[in-house]
Design a protein around this ligand. Structure first.
Ligand code: ADP
Ligand code: VHF
Length: 400
């Protein structure tokens, strides 16, 4: 028997795994499809009903074929431009919110009409960061989305732009789509854009090569995503990669391709870029903490607290904190910092920043005896905490 050289054997195994993943996507029962503004607009930036109908046609066929579809659609701001006589996408948040407020209804009007013609109802779901990260909210969102799917309706999700402020805003819908995919326990996530796949660098420049499969972060290490996206989209390729990492780290395969190739992507054809699952499902708020949130403040720990949090995965108590920086409210994400300045973990804090200085360095039982029962709570509970570096070093990377 002739032996294959190890490289050839590894290549064959990789090809088989890629083909299997495409099969899994073709068989995915519940899919989240995200479409960016750039795929729904005219070259001038206004909304393009023809492009919307083309997408709806594909998704309606998928839905009517027995698969469940959740659509995450951008385009509210683009749809609001013309009614407000705006020539280009506004830069300031207030005008973006006004445009989204005017445009969201119009956008839903198109979806209602086009899905309706194909015998399907639609349900509008507007979400903020809190809705997919806070436990009480995301249970609610999960229930509503689940019920809509059960009723045969296509949920059409967008960020609730009109109420989201800078601090609590995704801004792009890519990462929102990844969290929605996790929330609804999707079997696959399809990201539709104005580019046919991920490239090694700006696709409009010579030398950029198509990337067919991304199997791990190592495959992304040399990818250049600095080229700006379309004038109407937000985030460009960077937020799509963030989204793909969020979904794949929770076990959900992702395909990124052109909106026109949605049908082929959903049929498992080898179009676009396929991001392979790298991890397993975990609580949504932890996913968000690991991949997308910036700490609103810092809690500096002593060595014992670093060991407790990093090695024993314990909750953070007031006794192990040496100082508090930044201004944050209870429930917000904060960075946990080792004495050498390394950010070792991130978690949702249980106190406001101004409450903590009087508590830190003190034993929980003393605080409870002195201040009352509420003060025996952890500063960051271990269930709301992710470890970023297991071996403290110079800089943190979100690898949890
Ligand atoms: N390495 C890369 N590979 C592919 N596209 C890239 C890359 N770097 C930047 N881009 C740009 O990202 C754009 C897509 O992002 P964006 O305009 O935000 O789309 P959408 O509205 O679909 O979210 C593409 O048009 C492309 O020019
Ligand atoms: N929520 C915004 C989407 C923001 C946006 O442009 O996102 P994307 O086109 O997906 O990069 C809207 O509906 O206009």
């Amino acid at each position: 028997m002739t032996r294959m050289p190890p490289d050839a054997a590894a290549d064959r195994a990789a090809t088989r795994a890629a083909a299997q993943l495409r099969t899994n996507i073709a068989e995915a029962h519940r899919v989240v499809v995200k479409v960016g503004s750039s795929s729904l607009t005219t070259p001038k930036g206004g909304i393009d009903p023809e492009r919307i109908e083309k997408l709806v046609d594909t998704l309606a066929q998928v839905r009517n074929g027995g698969r469940e579809v959740v659509l995450v659609s951008s385009g509210a701001i683009a749809a609001g431009l013309s009614p407000l006589a705006l020539k280009t996408r506004p830069r300031d948040l207030a005008t973006q919110q006004a445009a989204a407020s005017v445009g969201q209804g119009l956008l839903m009007g198109y979806y209602t009409q086009f899905f309706g013609r194909r015998g399907l109802g639609v349900g509008q779901v507007l979400l903020t960061v809190d809705d997919v990260t806070r436990r009480s909210h995301y249970r609610n969102a999960y229930r509503t989305l689940g019920k809509l799917l059960e009723l045969g309706v296509v949920p059409v999700v967008n960020e609730n732009d009109t109420v989201a402020t800078h601090e609590i805003r995704f801004g792009d819908n890519d990462r929102l789509a990844a969290l929605v995919a996790h929330l609804v326990h999707a079997d696959a996530l399809v990201l539709l854009s104005d580019v046919d796949s991920l490239y090694t660098s700006n696709p409009s420049k010579p030398g950029a090569r198509r990337v067919a499969d991304v199997r791990s972060d190592a495959d992304l290490a040399t990818i250049d995503t600095s080229a700006r996206g379309s004038d109407v989209g937000t985030g460009g390729m960077t937020t799509k990669i963030d989204a793909a990492r969020i979904a794949t780290s929770a076990g959900i395969p992702v395909v990124l391709t052109l909106a026109d190739r949605a049908a082929r992507a959903l049929a498992g054809e080898p179009v676009g870029t396929c991001f392979h699952p790298t991890g397993k499902r975990r609580p949504t708020r932890l996913l968000w903490l690991a991949h997308a949130t910036d700490g609103h403040g810092e809690l500096w720990l002593d060595d014992g607290a670093v060991r407790a949090v990093v090695q024993r995965k314990a909750s953070l108590l007031p006794a192990g904190i040496t100082s508090v920086k930044g201004s944050f409210a209870s429930g917000e994400p904060v960075d946990l910092v080792a004495p050498d300045g390394t950010v070792v973990a991130r978690g949702l804090v249980n106190y406001d920043a101004d409450e903590l200085p009087d508590l830190i360095g003190r034993q929980t039982r003393d605080l409870a005896a002195e201040l009352g029962a509420g003060y025996d709570r952890t500063v960051v509970h271990r269930d709301a905490l992710i470890v970023l570096v297991t071996h403290p070093g110079p800089r943190p990377t979100a690898s949890a």
